[in-house]
Design a protein around this ligand. Structure first.
Ligand SMILES: [Fe+2]
Ligand SMILES: [Fe+2]
Length: 207
């Protein structure tokens, strides 16, 4: 399984860039005029993707960076994570008919775009200089952790994808899978259920 994963999954920094691009593609599907059901599905998908992305970064990528550098950009980036997590928690408690719902989604999108720009222009290039030899291993650990985090949430993720579908079901489902970093898994018939089995059977271990 390790060789299959290493063949399919990108380095840590490329995985983070892909996650960012996919997250933005889900944000861009949000329309203030959409139905309550679609808004709920999209926002829940965005929130779940952000929670998983931030947790993997904080558990695996940033600790490696902290060992390699004491640069201020790492502290700043983690402060931005805290703000994004706070906004995600706030949105999770809101209903789409709240007067400030659209405004809050847009504020989260602006915060996420600002954070991604900082990571992509400062943190990721630094990681590619400082962690060159371990980016592949870090990417592998991040993929394993993602599968562990997604597996128990498979039902919730499927429900939200279903809600968010408003036309092109196949395209949107793939976007949602991409936002969760699972598009590569879907392409290889490696679904959340398969991931669950791997965790159950101990193939994917706790890091
Ligand atoms: Fe981040
Ligand atoms: Fe990020």
């Amino acid at each position: 399984m390790n060789s299959l994963l290493s063949h399919l999954q990108p380095t840590a920094t490329n995985m983070i860039r892909l996650d960012h691009a996919h997250l933005m593609s889900v944000f861009q599907q949000y329309r203030p005029g959409a139905t309550t059901r679609v808004k709920k599905g999209l926002v829940a998908t965005i929130c779940t993707a952000l929670e998983i992305h931030a947790q993997i970064d904080e558990e695996i990528f940033y600790p490696a960076m902290r060992e390699a550098t004491a640069d201020e950009s790492i502290r700043k980036s983690l402060e931005e994570h805290a703000e994004i997590n706070r906004m995600v928690a706030l949105l999770r408690k809101m209903e789409p008919d709240a007067t400030d719902y659209d405004e809050t989604v847009m504020a989260l999108m602006r915060e996420v775009m600002h954070h991604m720009a900082n990571e992509e222009t400062i943190v990721l290039p630094a990681a590619e200089r400082l962690l060159t030899d371990s980016l592949g291993d870090l990417g592998m650990r991040m993929t394993k952790r993602r599968l562990q985090l997604v597996a128990p949430r498979g039902g919730e993720i499927a429900l939200n994808m279903g809600r968010a579908v408003s036309g092109n079901a196949a395209a949107l489902s793939m976007t949602a899978l991409s936002a969760l970093g699972l598009a590569w898994a879907a392409r290889s018939n490696f679904t959340a259920t398969s991931a669950h089995r791997l965790v159950d059977h101990g193939v994917v271990n706790q890091p």
